[in-house]
Design a protein around this ligand. Structure first.
Ligand SMILES: Nc1nc2c(c(=O)[nH]1)N[C@H]1C(S)=C(S)[C@@H](COP(=O)(O)O)O[C@H]1N2
Ligand SMILES: [Mo]
Length: 538
């Protein structure tokens, strides 16, 4: 049973290793792990995805790959136990994965999967035949028909010291001999399986390394020179950062910026291949290549990005200094036609976001961004170009690796997440977060700073209030107001008295509206409610 399962696992590893190696050589986009992972991401039930994002946050893709490998090992072991039926199972799974690959990248894309499955099945059948040969040999020995090799071995044994022959006798020697020979065969089979497994793992790793080498654009990115913005901005405008210990910095460093997307492997788009096509309901379709951008004026803006999946008090929000080109100007070059009310932006990997045309043309600083905090966009954040639109959640606006803007209508087009049950429009809800003290902290009595950030992009924050237990709402002190499009730090000096306490916070946006207390989950248009932090003093 264990030997059979091991044979199955070896076959599975050889399947994946061969396929990954071939994909690395032929076309990294069609690796079965990637194709299947993308299929899982695109077809997973809504609840499962949310659970994954909430539980694993930005590590969700690593967890998915590990989960897929664990399932692959279990299925392979099962195939091994099933024997020849297992080979049929592997073949059927191969057909499914090859189908996804073909759907994604054409008939040729099936090659790595088909070759991998063929190699895996060969290993499985060899292992089955190997152990069956054992069984047959054992039978025949007991039946008295000597295979030539065995006869020789017995002959050799006969010349052993007499003592042994006396204690065991010839027939006793024969029996243990049979077992030893069978054991040796078995060891050979197991050794072969271990070898196949090792080779499969090595091939898989080599394939992945090759794929990374062939597609990686980080070297190119390091050599990109960004155009100078018309009015460069400081990283942190005067007074924007209160520098209260424990508070989130006003500007989020690129390395700490949250990452959310459906891309299992980060798309690698070279500026040589990149272009942006603006089409659909426009007077004239235009296509901009990287070099075309240089002729246009670049601007720099501080904008706070927020994910619709951010739970109350969560950290799927960050602020950066974005360098790019005004989307209203680029859209005007194509000339949107009357009746259009949506821009469906599409990334190189087919992901889409639907933004109100009005939000991109009403004068706000909606950008085709190419720089983030003074560097070219990090590859995971959309290199070489993405959208950044103040006031809209990322899922309806912030398309990374963007290659297309289709001017259309909300009643004609449906974007990626909207098809999956999220709202078609996603203006950012007013949010407040308590950064310090930390949840469940044990504190000393006396004065301390309760502090955090508040955001209501494109409306701005005009007030933040803090409530201790069931007390009155007290005004917090606000950091300098930089723009309506970025978050604002706040601090409240609290005289902490001994005992358990709950701290709450809420904000008022630039329209005078107080943040809603109504508790809502992220689906369909963003979480709401007041953040609460429980602490123990004394
Ligand atoms: N191509 C692509 N762009 C995308 C997404 C995606 O899945 N694919 N996710 C969006 C979502 S939901 C958010 S919140 C932001 C996050 O941007 P970041 O990863 O740079 O923080 O990117 C948006 N852009
Ligand atoms: Mo998001």
């Amino acid at each position: 049973m264990i030997a059979r399962a091991a044979a199955g696992v070896a076959a599975g590893v050889v399947t994946l290793g061969t396929a990954e190696l071939l994909a690395g050589v032929l076309n990294p986009a069609v690796s079965p792990v990637r194709v299947l992972g993308d299929a899982v991401i695109d077809h997973a039930p809504q609840g499962l995805r949310e659970w994954a994002i909430e539980t694993f946050g930005t590590a969700d893709k690593g967890v998915l790959v590990v989960a897929m490998l664990v399932v692959a090992v279990l299925v392979s072991a099962l195939a091994g136990v099933l024997g020849r039926a297992g080979a049929v199972l592997l073949a059927m799974l191969g057909v499914v994965v090859a189908g996804f690959a073909v759907a994604a990248a054409g008939a040729f894309a099936a090659v790595p999967t088909v070759a991998g499955v063929a190699a895996g099945i060969w290993v499985l059948l060899r292992a089955i035949d190997g152990s069956r040969a054992d069984g047959v040999a054992g039978e025949s020995r007991r039946g008295g028909v000597e295979p030539a090799g065995d006869a020789e071995a017995v002959g050799g044994r006969v010349r052993e010291p007499a003592g042994r022959a006396v204690t065991g006798g010839v027939s006793g020697g024969r029996l243990s001999e049979d077992r030893e020979a069978a054991g040796a065969d078995r060891r050979w089979v197991l050794r072969g399986l271990a070898l196949a497994t090792g080779a499969g793992i090595a091939a898989g790793l080599a394939g992945r390394a090759l794929a990374a080498l062939r597609t990686d654009v980080s070297g190119e990115r390091a050599g990109v020179t960004l155009p100078p913005p018309r009015e460069p901005l400081p990283d942190t405008p005067f007074g924007a950062d209160l520098r209260t210990p424990g508070i989130t910095p006003y500007l989020t460093p690129n390395a700490d910026f949250y990452r959310i997307d459906t891309a299992l492997t980060v798309p690698q788009v070279s500026i040589e291949d990149w272009s942006l096509r603006i089409h659909g309901m426009v007077q004239r379709e235009i296509t901009l290549r990287w070099a075309d951008l240089a002729a246009r004026p670049a601007i720099e803006r501080l904008t706070t990005l927020t994910c619709v999946s951010n739970p109350v008090g969560g950290d799927l929000v960050g602020s950066a200094r974005w360098l790019g080109y005004r989307l209203d100007a680029l859209l005007a070059e194509a000339g949107p036609l009357p009746g259009a009310d949506m821009v469906l932006s599409r990334s190189v990997d087919g992901w889409t976001a639907g933004s109100p045309l009005a939000a991109l043309t009403d004068g706000r600083d909606a950008l085709l961004a190419i720089g983030m905090n003074g560097e070219p966009l990090p590859v995971a954040h959309g290199y070489p170009a993405r959208l950044v639109v103040p006031g809209l959640y990322g899922y309806v606006s912030a398309t990374k690796w963007v290659t297309e803007l289709e001017v259309t209508r909300f009643d004609r087009a449906t974007a990626y997440w909207t098809k999956l049950g999220w709202a078609a429009e996603g203006p950012i809800k007013t949010g407040t977060r308590i950064d310090t003290p930390a949840a469940s902290a044990r504190l000393k009595p006396g004065r301390m700073s309760v502090a955090g950030v508040a955001w209501a992009q494109h409306r701005g924050i005009v007030a933040v209030e803090v409530q201790v237990d069931d007390g009155p709402w007290e005004q917090a002190r606000l950091a300098a107001d930089v723009s309506v499009d970025t978050w604002r730090q706040w601090v409240y000096e609290w005289n902490a008295t001994p005992g358990p306490h709950t701290l709450r916070a809420r904000s008022t946006d630039g329209t005078g509206e107080v943040q809603t207390a109504e508790v809502a989950a992220a689906v369909p248009d963003g979480a709401s409610g007041y953040p609460a932090v429980f602490v123990r003093v004394g």
